[in-house]
Design a protein around this ligand. Structure first.
Ligand code: ADP
Ligand code: MG
Length: 245
């Protein structure tokens, strides 16, 4: 493959007890690509993202990052985790810390940056999402959309190679959604590799390089946004997308 593959998932499987949630997932991610995962509730989208950043331990399969299998014994998963960021539906900010400290604490503890350097980087990234006027605010003083933009600035401040988003706008009031999507779109244009789960089909069509339709723990269909949204070949994809017309 001529393209610069940053991540390959090969035959990934995840079971919880008897319940097989991911049956056989294989996919490739090229550096700089925006990959969107769509699919019904319960199809395993969150579990896949959580396996990719090792919040869950996969049951079988490979995660190849820059040509090394992250799941192999002896692999330095601490470094890998620092390179793969995640933005959650529920923001997951530190409620006792103000906006600026939320964006600097990981940089200092995980990356070993000085407070000054971490603050400089945090301020740049907060400005990009329009949250620099709020550096002294505590999360509870912010709207959901503002909290999510802080969470994005925090994740980006860690210099991830890959940023995962799990339904980042699903918990937001409708009027907040566009600000967050705009921040994500701007990020996509910086060349950051992004894997996102979303129900915002218009957004997905607009920003994605590749779209995956997941169903019952399998990749049911994969293609360009044009293929998946305009000419889906699988009946399950067609059925699912009808709900969004
Ligand atoms: P999606 O994000 O597509 O809605 P999830 O990955 O959250 O799907 O969940 C897929 C299935 O895995 C669901 O049936 C869910 O109940 C199950 N599941 C997810 N996490 C756990 C867990 N920690 N323990 C047991 N079952 C889980
Ligand atoms: Mg989910």
């Amino acid at each position: 493959m001529a393209e610069n593959k940053i991540l390959s998932i090969n035959n990934l499987k995840k079971t919880f007890g008897e319940h097989e949630v991911l049956s056989d997932i294989s996919l490739d991610v090229t550096a700089g690509e925006v990959l969107t995962i769509i699919g019904p509730s319960g199809s395993g989208k969150s579990t896949l993202l959580r396996c990719i950043n090792l919040l869950e331990q996969p049951t079988a399969g490979e995660i190849i990052y820059n040509d090394a299998n992250v799941l192999a014994p002896g692999y330095d998963i601490t470094k890998y985790r620092a390179k793969v960021g995640m933005v959650f539906q529920s923001f997951n900010l530190f409620n006792n810390l103000n906006v600026l400290d939320n964006c600097t604490v990981g940089q200092q503890t995980v990356l070993g940056r000085s407070k000054e350097e971490a603050e400089k980087i945090a301020l740049e990234n907060l400005a990009k999402v329009g949250m620099d006027p709020y550096i002294k605010a505590k999360p509870r003083q912010l709207s959901g959309g503002q909290m999510q933009r802080v969470a994005i600035a925090r994740a980006v401040s860690m210099d991830p190679d890959i940023l995962l988003f799990d339904e980042p706008t699903s918990a937001l009031d409708p009027e907040m959604v566009d600000d967050v999507l705009d921040s994500m779109k701007a990020l996509a244009h910086t060349g950051l590799t992004m894997i996102l789960v979303t129900h915002e089909m218009g957004f997905a069509k607009d920003v994605s390089d590749k779209v995956i339709f997941m169903d019952q723990g399998y990749v049911a269909e994969i293609g360009t946004p044009e293929q998946i949204f305009n000419h889906p070949t699988e009946a399950r994809t067609q059925e699912f997308l009808k709900r969004y017309l």
